[in-house]
Design a protein around this ligand. Structure first.
Ligand SMILES: [Zn+2]
Ligand SMILES: [Zn+2]
Length: 380
């Protein structure tokens, strides 16, 4: 625990603060409140940088400033508020943006990723972070993990094995579950299914390994980068297609008996890619939209052909993940060598160099860059 310098028990910590949209983050000392009812204070040991953080930093989604973004994290529970039973002080945990009440329409239908109270928790409407002048600081992307500590709702943390590295554990919070869960949960792909994954970046690689674990075949990766297609093979793609050099529809047809694929996962945020995906799914096939397009972008569908071919298009938010249900399984797959996580990390940086890490992520060449944070007291 850090040194408390205020009578209300708030701790000081370093954080990377977004003061102005599009400007570099500023490393500052902030105050963080102790956890209130149903909340958990976590010492952050690793936090990965995701495209969503870039959108948040750039102001693409609006929101209030100043803010601390970052939502793909792991750490050690430092304190728990009243009512928290799922984790205890000293537990190693993954920290995610997903939070749920387990008691609303969606949570009762086992769709906790769509919890309708997500924006209504105390932590969403009150502020737990404050700057040196006493101004409130927003916890961006529901988490605020570009910092030495965060306070989140207890449903946002799940315990992991002490043997799991913080760096790889952080990836389970967002990128891995978004791609893997789209295959395993949203589409529930059966063994032997033919799968196309459009986009072999940080999310697409996880859809590819989700398809491999499901026993899909063939697994066809589509991208415009030879490097990313090499990565795709490493993660389980049986075939790769350069989307900018060949007719993707013909290439997929040639690999699927002329019918097209059972499933097409679109992991890039592009309306053109979604429209193309509808064309390369077989009759009765399913297109799963994983990547988010810009707000307001519209996809065109040929209505008569769509109905006549009996196709389905479904959206997948955060891999339809239930953290408490899915993270233990993913951790086990990693321990068994079936889930590649170490290979997803391109580089690690200290918190002081987060702007360099973000610039590298923005270049599009990194799989995942991870910020590693040291704490004076070693985890147990
Ligand atoms: Zn993310
Ligand atoms: Zn709920």
């Amino acid at each position: 625990m850090g040194v408390s310098t205020r009578p209300d028990g708030a701790l000081t910590m370093k954080a990377a603060v977004c003061r102005e949209f599009g400007a570099p983050l500023v490393i500052e000392e902030l105050f963080i409140d102790p956890p209130k009812r149903d909340e958990v204070l976590v010492d952050i040991y690793a936090v990965a940088i995701c495209a969503s953080d870039l959108h948040a930093n750039d102001g693409s989604w609006g929101g209030a400033l100043p803010a601390v973004n970052g939502h793909e994290a792991s750490g050690v529970v430092a304190a728990v508020g009243p009512g928290v039973e799922s984790v205890a002080v000293g537990d190693r945990v993954v920290v995610s943006l997903l939070r749920n009440c387990r008691d609303c329409f969606f949570c009762n239908r086992h769709e906790t990723h769509l919890c309708e109270r997500r924006g209504g928790f105390a932590i969403a409407t009150e502020h737990r972070l404050h700057d040196a002048e006493g101004n409130d600081v927003v916890q961006g992307v529901y988490t605020g993990a570009f910092a030495e500590r965060t306070v989140v709702h207890h449903s946002q943390v799940v315990r992991i094995a002490d043997s799991m590295g913080f760096d790889v554990a952080s990836l389970l919070a967002c990128g891995v579950i978004t791609g893997f869960g789209a295959v395993a949960n949203t589409a529930d792909v059966a063994a032997g299914s033919s799968v196309v994954v459009v986009g072999a970046g940080g999310v697409g690689l996880n859809s590819i390994q989700g398809a491999r674990v499901a026993g899909a075949s063939p697994i066809i990766a589509v991208d415009v980068s030879d490097q990313k297609l090499d990565d795709a093979k490493e993660f389980g793609a049986t075939d790769v297609v350069r989307g900018d050099q060949v007719d993707v529809g013909e290439a997929v047809a040639a690999l699927t008996g002329g019918r097209g694929a059972d499933y097409v996962f679109v992991t890039v945020g592009s309306t053109a890619a979604i429209e193309q995906a509808i064309g390369i799914a077989r009759k009765g096939g399913t297109v799963v939209v994983v990547g988010m397009t810009r707000t307001g972008d519209v996809v065109s569908i040929d209505g008569s052909g769509f109905a006549g071919d009996g196709k389905r298009v479904i959206g997948s938010f955060m891999g339809s993940t239930d953290l408490a249900r899915d993270l233990p399984q993913l951790s086990q797959l990693y321990a068994d060598g079936d889930l590649h996580l170490d290979q997803l990390i391109t580089a690690t940086y200290p918190l002081d160099q987060i702007n360099e890490a973000i610039a590298s992520t923005r270049s599009g060449q990194a799989r995942r860059n991870v910020i590693i944070i040291e704490h004076p007291i070693a985890p147990r």
